[in-house]
Design a binder for this molecule. Structure first.
Ligand code: HEM
Ligand code: HEM
Length: 273
């Protein structure tokens, strides 16, 4: 990729980078580039490419976006771990799964609103296919960040309350806590405080004579879907982390600094022989 091409084709997007490049130019006198993209480049081109690269590395997401990214990431790692290992881990580990999932949903909606109303920093210079793949993975991550909690919510909205077991040998009417009776709908409380309503389109499935059977079937369908999305999510996350680490450690770019990890220090392209 040549700098000239990039500036001409995508001028508004790169204005900020070039502003940063000029800033860097004033603090750096000498460049030692030993690497180029696809053909030998002139010293001027390489110098300019270095500046663009370094300036781009200085551009990071806003503080709000960084906080949201890491808050959501921590909760998702918790939910994926407790979800995928829920047969193995102690029951107590799962107890915040639903509260955490609904919090992820809320924060994701905020994150998407932020994303639609703010311009993210331009990508670091990278191959076209890498940029395309990064965009695709980010988009799929947003879809998974909505789909995972929504299918979980749909699943519990379709849960059929279990009838209380009859108390053996009871001949007289028993006081309420001991008596067999109609199932009491279970109320889910988010973080022990906020009641989570059931999703109406799902509870409507349970109306009618064969309602409970249909509801059970719907519950099973969402349970399967929720589990499949968990695995898809894990694969996307693997790609996302692998991409970030590749740019950081193999391409020696300051990728993680864009998301608030470490400080972006201007560096020369002096890594490849
Ligand atoms: C665990 C769940 C995670 C999710 C759901 C997630 C999701 C995302 C999304 C959707 C973006 C795109 C931001 C945009 O809208 O432009 C992003 C960016 C980013 N993420 Fe993550 N992420 C997660 C974990 C991680 C981890 C563990 C790392 C570190 C290895 C990481 C490093 C980054 C970096 C460096 C960027 C900035 C990419 C750029 O240069 O534009 N993320 N993340
Ligand atoms: C990003 C958020 C979420 C992720 C990544 C996630 C992930 C998972 C995964 C991977 C499983 C295991 C599924 C299986 O093996 O069948 C699971 C189970 C479960 N999830 Fe979630 N979940 C999330 C949010 C939610 C929400 C919001 C709820 C409810 C409102 C929920 C309710 C459940 C329940 C009840 C189970 C147990 C299902 C069973 O007993 O088989 N999840 N979750």
């Amino acid at each position: 990729m040549m700098v000239r091409e990039m500036v001409v084709r995508d001028r508004p997007r790169n204005r900020a980078i070039l502003g940063g490049a000029l800033e860097i130019l004033s603090s750096h006198q000498r460049f030692e580039p030993r690497r180029c993209y696809d053909r030998p480049m002139s010293d001027n081109e390489l110098g300019a490419l270095n500046m663009v690269d370094e300036a781009a590395a200085r551009l990071r997401y806003s503080r709000g976006a960084i906080i949201l990214h890491w808050a959501i990431a921590i909760l998702i790692i918790y939910n994926l771990t407790t979800g995928l290992l829920h047969d193995t881990l102690p029951r107590a580990a799962f107890q915040f799964h639903i509260s955490s999932g609904i919090t992820i949903l809320t924060l994701t909606v905020l994150r998407i609103i932020w994303r639609l109303t703010h311009k993210p920093p331009p990508f670091l210079p990278m191959a076209k296919w890498e940029k395309g793949l990064a965009h695709l993975v980010h988009f799929c991550l947003y879809v998974a960040m909505l789909a995972a909690p929504l299918t979980g919510w749909a699943m519990i909205s379709a849960s059929v309350p279990r009838p209380k077991p009859a108390v053996q040998g009871a001949t007289q009417p028993l006081p309420p806590p001991l008596s067999a009776g109609p199932a009491k709908p279970h109320q889910t409380l988010i973080w022990g405080v906020i009641p989570l309503p059931k999703l109406k389109p799902i509870t409507d499935v349970g109306k009618g004579p064969d309602g409970p059977a249909k509801l059970k079937e719907t519950h099973e369908q969402f349970e399967d879907l929720h589990g499949d999305i968990g695995w898809i999510f894990l694969s996307l996350l693997f790609l996302h982390i692998a991409g970030a680490l590749k740019h950081q450690f193999i391409d020696k770019r300051q990728q993680l600094a864009r998301m608030g990890v470490g400080k972006a220090e201007p560096k020369h392209w002096d890594t490849a022989a």
